[in-house]
Design a protein around this ligand. Structure first.
Ligand code: 5GP
Length: 184
């Protein structure tokens, strides 16, 4: 059987990654990897669905046991992709989506050169700032930290195989689908 493709999607917070990934998943042919993280669950997040929530000790044990395809620290927390699910799905011929940050994405590319890296861009940095500010619960300090981090992440965009501007969800989903469908 033909093996599936590994598709990595990154982009700074506020770019609309989550919405675009949901849009892609509605088309149903993809397996979505659930990451492990040491950060606390937000509001409605559920263990095993949004993330596998782990203590630092548990996460470091998983690192030691070689259970991650990639992992990284992002703003004080660990995030990592459990290897088994991804490799099983690829073996079954499914395309697997990873929604991860830039350091992890580059590790994936190094270890799996056939992976396809897609960077989702906001229409502009002004737009990104107003989206981040739209989350009214964040303090000015948090907003500025996230903006700085977003700018840092943007500097990695040229290392990706494709860049897609998220002007509108439907258009971004369509463009990403086309990229995946046209992979050789
Ligand atoms: P959040 O805390 O907002 O859910 O995620 C923060 C960042 O971590 C996002 O950029 C998200 O894409 C990234 N991320 C989520 N899971 C993983 C993972 O398994 N590995 C890596 N490297 N980054 C991840």
């Amino acid at each position: 059987m033909k093996k599936g493709r590994l598709i990595v999607i990154s982009g700074p917070a506020g770019t609309g990654k989550g919405t675009v990934v949901n849009g892609l998943m509605e088309r149903e042919r993809y397996a979505l990897s659930v990451s492990a993280t040491t950060r606390a669950p937000r509001g409605f997040e559920q263990d095993g669905i949004n993330y596998f929530f782990k203590t630092v000790e548990e996460f470091e044990e998983m690192i030691k046991n070689g259970e991650f395809l990639e992992y990284a620290k992002f703003v004080d927390n660990y995030y990592g992709t459990p290897k088994k699910y991804v490799l099983d799905k690829l073996e079954e011929g499914k395309n697997v989506l990873l929604e991860i940050e830039v350091q992890g994405a580059l590790q994936v590319k190094k270890n799996y050169p056939d992976a396809t890296l897609i960077f989702l861009l906001p229409p502009s940095m002004d737009e990104l700032e107003s989206r981040l500010r739209g989350r009214a619960t964040d303090s000015e300090e948090t907003i500025l930290k996230r903006l700085a981090r977003a700018e840092e992440e943007m500097s990695y965009k040229d290392k990706y195989d494709y860049q897609v501007v998220n002007l509108e969800v439907e258009q971004a989903v369509e463009e990403i689908e086309n990229i995946i469908n046209n992979l050789k």
